[in-house]
Ligand binder design. Structure first.
Ligand code: C5P
Length: 419
C-alpha cells in the first residue's frame, strides 16, 4: 500500500489536559507548515490550560469540544469527524486519557472520537513520572500497543512539578517525525471482512474494487501533469457498492472528497501507484475503473524544482503509463468476474466506447461525454450510455449518485445472470 505524505495528510489532534498542552499549539503550527490539514478536539481539562481560540487560530478550523453541541448531533457528527482524518494524534495524552482509551471509555467528545474512529492513533504521553511508571499506566500502554496504537515519548527530563524522570511530552518536532513515520504504513484499521456491511444487499458477500479521481504525474517536486476529474462518479460508485453490501476498496487519486463511509480507501498519486494498489486489492468479484488515469508520465521527473533558464522552456519527454483496466481484464486466475471501464470522450462516443470495450477486454463500458460545456467533470450530474458486447443502453441524465446506484444494480444483475 502506498505511503501518505504529511503534505496531503489530514490530522485530527486531540489535546488532553496537561501543562504540555501549550506545546500542542506549536505542534499544530509545525504540522501545518508541512502542508497537513489539522483539526482539533479538546477535552474539558485541556481548556483549562490553553484556549480553544488559540487552537482555532493556529489550525484555521473550528475546534470541537462538546459532545452534545448541536453540530455533533447533525450531519457533522463526531463519527464523521474521526473518519475524515488520516491519523489521530493525542498530545498531550494524560494518564487518565490513556486509561480511557485502554478501557474503551467514551464520555466526552475526545474519547468518543477515539473509540469511533477507523484510523490509527499516535499518542504522546505527558504526566508526572510516578503516574507514568505506575503499573496501571504501564498496563494500559501495553494494552494500547497491542491494539496497534503508536507512541512517541515520553522524554526524560525536569518536569513542571519539579521532579526529574520520564514523563515529559515529546517535543513538537519529534511528534512531527513520528507522524511522518506513522503515515508510511496504512493508517486505516481494518474491520474483519464482512463486519459492518449491510446484509441482504444485491452485492452481499462480494468484493468490489473501484478506481476514482485523476492521477498526478510529477514533472518535478512542485509541478505535475493532471486532469480535471473530481472523483465524484467513482466515489459515488464505491459508496453505492458498499451500500449494496459489497466489501469495497476504493483506490483514489488526489481528490477533495471525503472517504465514503465503510469503504477502504487507498490514496495514491501516480498511475503506477494506482496500478500497484489495484493489483494488491485483488482478487475481487467486480472491478470498476472510473479513474481518469493519465495516459503518459514524464520520463525523468526532476528531483529538484526546474528553474527558469535563459535558453528557453524545458522539453518534457513523455512515456506511456500502464493501462490498469486492460491489465486487470487480461489477468488470469484472479480476473474479476465483471470488469467495467469508463470512456470519457469528446467525440464519436459510442464508436470509441465499442472499440475500447474490445481493446481493453472488459465486460461493460460506461461512456460519457466530457466536452467543455457538458459539465461532467466536477459536476453533480452525468449522462451515460452503457456499452456491452450484446448491445447498448442509453440512460437519461441523472445525478452521479443515481448513476452509481443504477450501475451497481446492473452489475449485480450481470453477476447473477439475472435478466
Ligand atoms: O484513458 P482511456 O479513455 O483509455 O480510459 C478508459 C478507461 O480505462 C477508464 O475506465 C479508465 O479508468 C481506464 N484506464 C486505466 N488505466 C489507464 C488509462 C485508462 O485503467 N492507464
Amino acid at each position: 500500500m502506498t505511503a501518505q505524505t504529511l503534505a496531503s495528510a489530514r490530522i485530527l489532534l486531540i489535546i488532553g489536559g496537561g501543562v504540555a498542552a501549550y506545546k500542542s499549539l506549536d505542534l499544530i503550527r509545525r504540522l501545518r507548515e508541512r502542508g497537513a490539514t489539522v483539526r482539533v478536539a479538546m477535552t474539558a481539562a485541556a481548556q483549562r490550560f490553553v484556549t480553544p481560540l488559540s487552537a482555532e487560530a493556529l489550525s484555521g478550523q473550528p475546534v470541537r469540544a462538546d459532545l452534545f453541541a448541536p453540530t455533533e448531533q447533525s450531519g457533522m457528527g463526531h463519527i464523521e469527524f474521526s473518519r475524515e482524518a488520516d491519523l489521530l494524534v493525542v498530545a498531550p495524552a494524560t494518564a487518565d486519557l490513556i486509561a480511557h482509551m485502554a478501557l474503551g471509555l467514551a464520555d466526552d467528545l475526545a474519547t468518543t472520537t477515539l473509540l469511533a474512529t477507523d484510523k490509527r492513533a499516535l499518542v504522546a504521553p505527558a504526566m508526572n513520572l510516578r503516574m507514568w511508571l505506575h503499573p496501571a499506566t504501564q498496563r494500559n500502554v501495553a494494552t494500547l500497543r497491542g491494539d496497534g496504537v503508536l507512541f512517541v515519548g515520553p522524554d526524560d527530563g525536569e518536569m513542571a512539578c519539579g521532579e526529574y524522570g520520564p514523563g515529559r511530552m515529546a517535543e513538537p518536532l519529534a511528534i512531527v517525525a513520528a507522524v511522518e513515520r506513522a503515515l508510511q504504513a496504512p493508517t486505516v484499521l481494518p474491520l474483519p471482512p464482512g463486519v459492518g456491511l449491510p446484509r441482504g444487499g444485491a452485492l452481499a458477500g462480494r468484493r468490489v474494487v473501484v478506481t476514482s479521481g485523476p492521477t498526478y504525474e510529477p514533472i518535478d517536486p512542485v509541478r505535475f501533469l493532471g486532469n480535471r476529474s473530481s472523483g465524484r462518479q467513482g466515489h459515488a460508485i464505491a459508496e453505492a457498492a458498499r451500500a449494496a453490501g459489497a466489501e469495497t476498496i476504493l483506490v483514489s487519486g488526489p481528490t477533495a472528497l471525503a472517504d465514503p463511509p465503510g469503504v477502504r480507501v487507498v490514496r495514491v498519486e501516480t498511475a503506477r501507484e494506482m496500478r500497484d494498489a489495484t493489483i494488491a486489492a485483488l482478487p475481487a468479484d467486480v472491478f470498476v475503473a472510473a479513474a481518469a488515469v493519465a495516459d503518459w508520465r514524464v520520463e525523468d521527473a526532476a528531483e529538484e524544482k526546474i528553474k527558469k533558464r535563459g535558453d528557453g522552456a524545458p522539453i518534457l519527454r513523455l512515456v506511456e503509463n500502464p493501462d490498469i483496466l486492460a491489465e486487470v481484464s487480461a489477468r488470469r486466475g484472479d480476473r474479476p468476474a465483471l470488469v467495467v471501464g469508463f470512456a470519457a470522450e469528446t467525440q464519436a462516443l459510442i464508436d470509441n466506447a465499442r472499440a475500447k470495450l474490445k481493446r481493453k477486454g472488459c465486460d461493460l463500458i460506461v461512456a460519457n461525454r466530457v466536452a467543455i460545456g457538458e459539465g461532467t467533470f466536477g459536476g453533480a450530474e452525468n449522462k451515460v450510455t452503457i456499452v456491452a458486447a450484446d448491445g447498448i443502453e442509453e440512460w437519461p441524465r441523472m445525478g452521479k449518485t443515481e448513476v452509481a446506484r443504477a450501475l451497481v444494480a446492473l452489475v449485480a444483475r450481470k453477476l447473477t445472470g439475472a435478466p
